[in-house]
Design a protein around this ligand. Structure first.
Ligand code: AMP
Length: 277
């Protein structure tokens, strides 16, 4: 496994690879969720490239960029265990030199949910992923269902800008009590960790109601909201039942829908989602 810090080195190593290249962009502090993406990339390609980069431009000044957990040595050990070929670990200066001034803006799908709660977030995500795609030139790139809106934004960008990269969605990996694995779970105190299971419980309730024949999205949102409000440590940011493709809020569930939510547990903002088939 080769670990490189500069764009020039990453490009040079990439050019030597034959066959298909699977790419997994991450912000590090890796867990089983990230490793599920890496495993899928290994199965589906001749070589695998992973990037580890906490992208400053997708964080607003009030968010946790400085505190975001980092442990590069441990991350590299985990990736070695998965047989990864190249790990790209750029610095901020390498990615955003002082003269940097080009941005990727994806409209519509970015307007709701995370886009509404975190202005500028998806502009930062789309820009860094476009840069990483240009550097790595993957055949396929792997994204988690956990961040469903992000995966949708990237898919839109790749189609709109004719990037010719196949985007593969990987199902959410959860802890045994249902909490979606996330690097941010480390912020939770033991009491908060227990309270955080409310996200999965609310999504499971949504799915049960839907499977029981409920088509009124408002009723499902209301039931989810009432359940979460019973948890004293939880503060709802949004609860959504939306069209699975466009993420427009639904009144009547007459097509594939996605239940998603963002909830603060103490100071930690957690997101999760579940398709409602
Ligand atoms: P991050 O390091 O949080 O930017 O995540 C990097 C990639 O891993 C993204 O495509 C995420 O959607 C994905 N990911 C994060 N957590 C999970 C999880 N629990 N299950 C599946 N994929 C995940």
């Amino acid at each position: 496994m080769q670990v490189v810090k500069t764009i020039a080195e990453a490009r040079a190593l990439r050019q030597k690879l034959g066959g298909t290249v699977g790419f997994v962009p991450t912000m590090g502090y890796l867990h089983e969720g990230h490793l599920a993406l890496v495993k899928q990339a290994s199965i589906g390609n001749s070589a695998v490239i992973v990037s580890i980069y906490v992208n400053p431009v997708q964080f607003s000044p009030r968010e946790d960029f400085g505190a975001y957990p980092r442990d590069l040595d441990r991350d590299l050990e985990l990736l070695r265990g998965e047989g990864v070929d190249i790990v790209f670990v750029p610095s901020d200066d390498e990615m955003y030199p002082p003269e940097f001034s080009s941005w990727v803006d994806v409209d519509k799908v970015t307007e709701r949910l995370e886009g509404a709660s975190r202005p500028g977030h998806f502009r930062g995500v789309a820009t860094v992923v476009a840069k990483l795609f240009n550097i790595v030139q993957p055949t396929k790139a792997y994204f988690g269902q956990k961040d469903a809106q992000q995966a949708g934004v990237i898919k839109r960008m790749v189609a709109d800008l004719n990037m010719g990269i196949e985007i593969v969605f990987v199902p959410t990996v959860r802890e045994s009590d249902g909490l979606a694995m996330s690097s941010r779970n480390i912020y939770l105190s033991p009491g908060e960790r227990q309270a955080a299971t409310i996200l999965f419980k609310a999504l499971t309730l949504a799915r049960q109601l839907r499977q029981g024949g409920e088509k009124d999205a408002g009723k499902i949102r209301w039931q989810m909201t009432s359940l979460i409000q019973k948890e004293p440590l939880a503060q709802i940011d949004y609860v959504s039942i939306a069209d699975a493709e466009t993420l427009e809020e639904l009144n009547l569930i007459d097509r594939p829908a996605l239940a998603s939510l963002a909830v603060r547990i103490g100071k930690t903002r957690l997101i999760d989602n579940m398709p409602l088939e």
